[in-house]
Design a binder for this molecule. Structure first.
Ligand code: SF4
Length: 206
């Protein structure tokens, strides 16, 4: 029997990425005994289950408020902080809109976008492919972080003081640029090194 994998997330709120008891119960109840649930490093659960029952299971998971996304070479859900400064100060609304705009798009390689509601950056945004850090009422955007391997590196500042109404257009343009110009299986950090920050800055993206 063919197995298929997909991603599940409850989204985020003040307090972080929180799964409610009924959501955990629903996952256990609908995916079947031979399914596997993997805790990923990017705040999504990966569910691998029988292909024939997948549609029915996903509908049941959506009913308890879980979001379903594709697994693999796609943009991941926004990897946010815990919004400890409160929804307004840490930018929960804009983070949710950004998450809606960026999650689940096909990409040359899995793409992680991080978000921090202040410069303390407790969600480790600079280790993500694209990072957004809220600085008072504006946003700094970093690119090219690499958390894996011996050549791990921090993301570099692409542009600072981005106004809130420009944040989503800039991040979605970065994703479109990678979709169009990245090579198959190319990591985003390698892509950034190949095309250079100056090239990105000179483009119409920012
Ligand atoms: S990044 Fe800032 S607002 Fe977000 S959880 Fe950490 S300290 Fe709090």
């Amino acid at each position: 029997m063919a197995m298929q994998k997909f991603a599940v997330t409850p989204g985020f709120e003040v307090g972080g990425t929180l799964l409610r008891p009924e959501q955990l119960a629903a996952i256990g109840a609908v995916i079947g005994e031979d399914a596997k649930v993997e805790m990923t490093t990017f705040k999504q659960l990966y569910v691998e289950m029988k292909e024939e029952r997948i549609e029915e299971a996903q509908e049941a998971l959506k009913k308890v408020g879980l979001q379903i996304h594709p697994a693999g070479f796609y943009t991941k859900s926004l990897i946010s902080c815990n919004f400890c400064r409160g929804a307004e100060d840490a930018g929960l609304d804009i983070a949710r809109k950004l998450d809606e705009a960026i999650a689940g798009h096909e990409a040359p390689s899995p793409l992680k976008v991080g978000y921090a509601g202040c410069a303390l950056g407790t969600s480790e945004p600079l280790l993500k492919d694209i990072a957004v850090v809220k600085m008072r009422d504006k946003y700094d955007i970093y690119v090219g972080g690499e958390s894996k391997g011996l050549k791990a590196a921090l993301a570099q500042l692409l542009t600072a003081n981005v106004e809130e109404d420009r944040l989503i257009p800039v991040v979605t343009s970065l994703i479109s640029d990678f979709q169009q110009n990245g090579k198959k299986k190319e990591k985003y950090s390698r892509y950034i090194n190949r095309i250079s920050l100056d090239h990105l800055r000179a483009s119409s993206i920012i």
